[in-house]
Write a protein that binds this ligand. Structure first.
Ligand SMILES: Cc1ncc(COP(=O)(O)O)c(C=O)c1O
Length: 428
């Protein structure tokens, strides 16, 4: 029976920043040399080049990118914006603070992406915009979404936070809409500790976004240092050796005693609030430390994407023949980057415990279904597929630094779980 070796267990995720990069960022923060903006333009240009567009504007967060975009696009208060229900709750907060009404449309349960048919059904005379979130780094049919928006004269916004480098028929996700925005927070494939980026079709819109972000204050050194220290801790805690010897044992011990503790700790957060205004703690200017980290990630993003895609393919090859109904439907024409590899496991804690007993730590998505969150009860919608996905979809780790040999073994462990469930004897 396959079990991962005790010295090389698989963590649920790793961050994309390397240890020396975080340490050099910390040194720049401590010395104060990294708090300027000399390198920000180079990072913006490199980002724009990756996306195949002329210009990109760095932002404090993805949510602030959206905040600035909504203002720059002058979407009238009271307008409806149709959106994907699975995302961070603060994206919804930003729209509500701007006086917009989010209308959540359910996802396609097989692709996990916005369903063009449901989108059409949700359009009313008050609809002004559509916000598509490219969940998990998988592509949806952007031809349909784009043509629906054009037909109805709707602004199309794309949240590409999970989907750097993903494409639909050769065109990068994030470039189909009037504007695209991206998160650069720690777990993303392009990370700057925290941060965001905006691209837009109309140079005047982008100029307004740039103007708004230029007025933000410089981040406090202590704040930037704190973010890097958190990145350092996550980097160390998920380092293959340290993870196998310490973090994994702790996580497994907790999940065996109380299977939902870690998930609840991450999702039932008392800081999840309905906001009346944009908190000032989100409003910082992008700095050189972030730009250096982002440039380092951009230099390897293609290579790491290909490694992650190859890892995902190994899982697909092993699992497709017997577990197709648990795997995402991958559309022809899509170039998927698998920021996360979704695998349906309604067995929940039993699946996680089985995987952990053989050396694989994994989790469900920690993003909520915003359509049913109590804080958004006044704009609630029934989105059963999204609710089910949030409960059932687990992420099989495919981080580019995980050796393909371990991914093969991970697939064998998933197959063993499925066999055991089907009543076939699996030696422990
Ligand atoms: C889909 C999606 N959009 C937006 C965000 C928000 O990013 P930020 O923290 O940069 O505002 C996240 C963060 O995880 C996300 O997953």
């Amino acid at each position: 029976m396959t079990t991962l070796p005790w010295y090389d267990r698989i963590p649920r995720t790793r961050i994309y920043l390397k240890l020396p990069e975080i340490l050099s960022g910390l040194a720049e923060v401590l010395s104060g040399t990294g708090m300027g903006e000399a390198k920000v333009a180079a990072f913006e240009q490199a980002f724009a080049k990756m996306m195949g567009v002329g210009e990109a504007v760095a932002q404090p967060y993805a949510r602030i990118a959206l905040h600035h975009l909504v203002q720059a696009l002058s979407l009238p208060a009271g307008s409806e914006i149709i959106m994907t229900p699975i995302t961070i709750h603060d994206i919804v907060n930003v729209l509500l603070v701007a006086g917009l009404k989010p209308i959540f449309v359910d996802i396609n349960p097989q692709t996990y992406q916005m369903d063009p048919e449901r989108l059409t059904q949700a359009i009313t005379p008050k609809t002004r915009a559509v916000l598509v979130t490219h969940l998990f780094g998988l592509a949806t049919d952007m031809d349909s979404i784009q043509s629906i928006c054009q037909q109805h004269g709707l602004v199309l916004l794309e949240d590409g936070s999970h989907a750097y480098n993903a494409a639909w028929k050769g065109k990068k996700l994030g470039t189909f809409g009037d504007a695209g925005f991206f998160s650069l927070s720690s777990l993303k494939a392009v990370s700057t500790g925290y941060g965001g980026m905006v691209i837009a079709k109309d140079a005047a819109v982008l100029a307004r976004v740039r103007n708004q972000s230029a007025q933000l204050p410089v981040v406090a050194q202590g704040h930037m240092g704190g973010i890097l220290i958190r990145n350092l801790i996550v980097n160390l805690a998920t380092h293959p050796t340290l993870f196998s010897w310490s973090t994994f044992l702790l996580v497994r011990w907790i999940s065996q005693r109380s299977p939902e503790t870690i998930r609840k700790w991450q999702t039932d957060n008392p800081n999840v609030l309905r906001l009346q205004e944009i908190p000032t703690k989100w409003l910082w200017r992008f700095n050189d430390v972030q730009a250096s980290l982002g440039l380092a990630c951009l230099a390897r993003v293609n290579d790491w994407d290909e490694k992650r895609r190859a890892n995902a393919q190994i899982l697909l090859d092993h699992l497709m023949p017997i577990a197709q109904d648990r795997l995402p439907l991958l559309l022809e024409g899509a170039h998927n980057v698998f920021w996360r590899f979704p695998f349906r496991a309604p067995e929940g804690a039993a699946f996680r415990q089985f995987m952990a007993s053989r050396g694989v730590d994994l989790t469900t998505t920690l993003l909520p279904c915003c359509a049913t969150m109590p804080i958004f009860a006044d704009v609630a919608q029934k989105t059963p597929h999204a609710e089910r996905a949030v409960r059932e979809v687990h992420f099989l780790p495919v981080h580019p630094t995980i050796h393909p040999r371990r991914i093969h073994q991970q697939a064998q462990i998933v197959l063993a779980f499925l066999k055991q469930k089907a009543g076939i004897y699996v030696p422990s």
